[in-house]
Write a protein that binds this ligand. Structure first.
Ligand SMILES: C[S@@+](CC[C@H](N)C(=O)[O-])C[C@H]1O[C@@H](n2cnc3c(N)ncnc32)[C@H](O)[C@@H]1O
Length: 343
């Protein structure tokens, strides 16, 4: 009779169940953000009944909702039953603070959550699964509504801030005097680079409706003398000329042909000795580790007709194809890395 091999480690189904039902936690957090719960509690802890009344919730689920947030670590509850925000939540999820990053989570609550329900269909058809499926134009509507556009652009700054500080620290900016940020949004990266390196001048390039947001953000940081906005379409207009072109969270939106076209335009815009910096959740070359990058790529399946995320080796190859002589990948922060091409 064959000997039964003892497993060296006891297997449990915990991890499988945690991920499989991970949408429970995700939706609890997204609903809390969408309801503005953390903004209500910011600096104003309150008991469950006051909180329930303030948010207009039914009695049945409110207590479980609040205490689930306690168990997940997003809220604290004291011995008198008074709820308050956890420290990171107080900083990042209070809409009234400039450090608010909930814009993206609000978008996840009202849009992405339901579109991800069609992931299987996206995998079977290769077709995007967002508003475009029903003939609606989310981005058209976004650009037509200044308040929503401002919230979205500000959310991009929050999301890109860790990467922006790392780019300011890790790239040899002392060798260059100017940069152009393509698809700059309100200017999170541009402001960070100009603040960190007083010798740098920069141009933010984006679609025309973004102009007032960029100008206001630069002025708020007293950088209007060194930062300028240039309106344009990155596919039909030339890029602004600069020593270094930066392109963040853009290439994954587009087809392979369009990505190479953008890199070719970046190559044209910089002088010999200049360079391009591409940054986003670059997937590791083995495609084994950067789970966020791989999930972001599936998000691009949901959101775009031909977009996907890519490895550092992929991006270096495209850069070399369009003429950059030296390329390298460097980790920035969290899931983000930069791919640098030098001309
Ligand atoms: C995902 S955001 C990235 C923002 C920023 N680079 C960052 O990393 O946080 C994409 C940006 O590309 C801009 N954009 C989209 N299509 C564009 C086009 N055809 N020409 C110029 N900018 C465009 C959007 O307005 C938006 O600001």
């Amino acid at each position: 009779m064959a000997a039964v091999q003892e497993p060296t480690q006891a297997l449990t189904p915990e991890r499988i169940m945690q991920v499989g039902l991970g949408f429970w936690q995700s939706k609890v957090l997204l609903s809390a953000v969408g309801l503005g719960l953390f903004t209500v509690l910011a600096g104003e802890p309150q008991d469950g009944e006051a909180l329930r009344a303030r948010l207009g919730l039914h009695e049945r689920g409110a207590r479980d909702f609040f205490d689930a947030l306690v168990a997940l670590g997003f809220l604290k509850r004291d011995d008198d039953g008074v709820y308050s925000n956890a420290a990171d939540v107080e900083l990042f999820l209070d809409r009234e603070k400039p450090s608010y990053i909930g814009g993206l989570l609000e978008m996840a609550d009202v849009r992405l959550y339901r579109f991800w329900d069609s992931l299987t269909e996206g995998l079977q058809t290769g077709k995007q699964q967002n508003e475009a499926k029903g003939g609606d134009d989310f981005f058209g509507a976004l650009y037509a509504d200044p308040a929503r556009l401002a919230a979205f652009m500000h959310a991009m700054s929050g999301l890109s801030m860790g990467g922006a500080h790392a780019i300011a620290a890790k790239f040899p900016w002392e060798r260059h005097t100017s940069f152009a940020d393509i698809g700059c949004a309100e200017g999170g990266l541009a402001v960070t680079l100009a603040q960190t390196h007083p010798h740098l001048r920069g141009v933010g390039f984006d679609l025309p409706p973004v102009a007032p947001l960029f100008d206001r953000y630069a002025a708020e940081h007293s950088l209007s003398d060194r930062l300028a906005f240039q309106p344009g379409d990155m596919f039909t207009d030339p890029f602004p000329r600069a020593d270094v072109v930066t392109i963040g969270h853009i290439l994954h939106d587009w087809s392979l042909t369009q990505r190479k076209e953008l890199l070719r335009k970046a190559h044209d815009a910089v002088p010999e000795g200049g360079g391009v910096i591409v940054f986003e959740a670059i997937i590791d070359d083995e495609r084994r580790k950067n789970a966020f990058g791989l999930l972001m790529s599936l998000n691009m399946l949901i959101e775009t007709p031909e977009g996907s995320d890519y490895t550092g080796a992929d991006c270096r190859r495209w850069m070399e194809e369009v003429g950059f002589r030296e390329t390298y990948v460097e980790h920035l922060a969290g899931p983000d890395s930069m791919v640098v091409g030098l001309k």
